[in-house]
Design a protein around this ligand. Structure first.
Ligand SMILES: [Zn+2]
Ligand SMILES: [Zn+2]
Length: 290
């Protein structure tokens, strides 16, 4: 392993620069997500791409990447944005549990359907792999655990060109790697003050300035599941009320600080530029119409 890693350190930048069409990692993107996209653009498998860069491809590129570049990041522009995820992986002060996939190897990612829908280049964020972090800091909705169509976890264990009949592949990560259906169509469940008030103090305020490090224990999974049920019920009643022209007042008053946060505009932070998506970028080989 050590010789492999020193090879990576010496050759990563040179080998990456030798290629054209290497996508830039996006802020907070998981290394696993970036390497899948990069491999797809080179027309090879992620394992081939990783081994070209010198990685003895084991199980988890998120871990391997920060392990290889534990002391300093490689001086390549294309991977500069991977640094924003470093606080969740590696480093002495890193806390938080990483989600395990069904196969327990590559890990799994939660996702925000609005991030996947609105980002010009949809990707999986590294904070979505941390068990404690249950909501999207940009859209204030609960992160989704499963594909709404096939019910599978997002594990990034297949190449982007693999899924689908005849291997037509997926165009980007807003489509499920398992069933080719749109992950970005999952109905977002927005958190409210009542939900946030039941979280540990640090988590109540997490995400106000964008994704931050884990600072303590997370919410009980059963609390999150019950919260989701309640929020869905509230949403359903609100939809019914608005469909008959009525109005249903919120069942909970905003918590002082969190309330301000919830009431404020869900403006993306400057650290995460989110250019407008081209309208035709959604076309998909299955003929999905948006
Ligand atoms: Zn989001
Ligand atoms: Zn699916």
């Amino acid at each position: 392993m050590t010789s492999g890693i020193s090879f990576v350190r010496q050759n990563f930048a040179v080998r990456l620069r030798a290629l054209t069409s290497v996508p830039h990692a996006l802020p907070h993107e998981a290394p696993n997500s970036w390497i899948m996209r990069a491999a797809a653009m080179q027309g090879c498998s992620h394992k081939e791409f990783a081994s070209y860069l010198g990685f003895d491809f084991g199980h988890d590129f998120d871990y391997l990447y920060y392990y290889a570049f534990a002391k300093e990041s490689p001086y390549v522009q294309e991977v500069k944005a991977l640094e924003s995820g470093r606080m969740f992986f590696g480093g002495k002060n890193q806390r938080g549990y990483r989600l395990r996939g069904a196969q327990g190897r590559r890990g799994r990612y939660r996702f925000c359907s609005l991030c996947l829908r609105d980002d010009q280049t949809p990707c999986f964020h590294l904070y979505c792999r941390i068990e404690q972090l249950v909501f999207c800091p940009w859209h204030r909705c609960l992160l989704e655990d499963w594909c709404p169509h096939c019910g599978k976890y997002v594990e990034l264990a297949r190449d982007m060109m693999e899924p689908g009949k005849g291997k037509q592949g997926i165009e980007d990560f807003s489509w499920c790697l398992m069933c080719c259906q749109p992950l970005h169509r999952a109905d977002p469940v927005f958190v409210d003050a009542q939900f946030l008030n039941g979280l540990p103090y640090w988590l109540r305020h997490w995400g106000i300035k964008g994704p931050e490090a884990v600072k303590g224990p997370g919410a009980d999974p059963s609390y999150v599941a019950a919260g989701r049920e309640r929020l869905l019920t509230v949403k359903k009643h609100r939809d019914i009320a608005s469909s008959v022209g009525g109005h249903l007042s919120s069942s909970s008053q905003p918590f002082w600080m969190v309330g301000n946060w919830l009431a404020g505009p869900a403006t993306p932070l400057s650290s995460r530029p989110r250019p407008e998506k081209a309208t035709d970028a959604r076309a998909h080989t299955t003929g999905e119409v948006t």
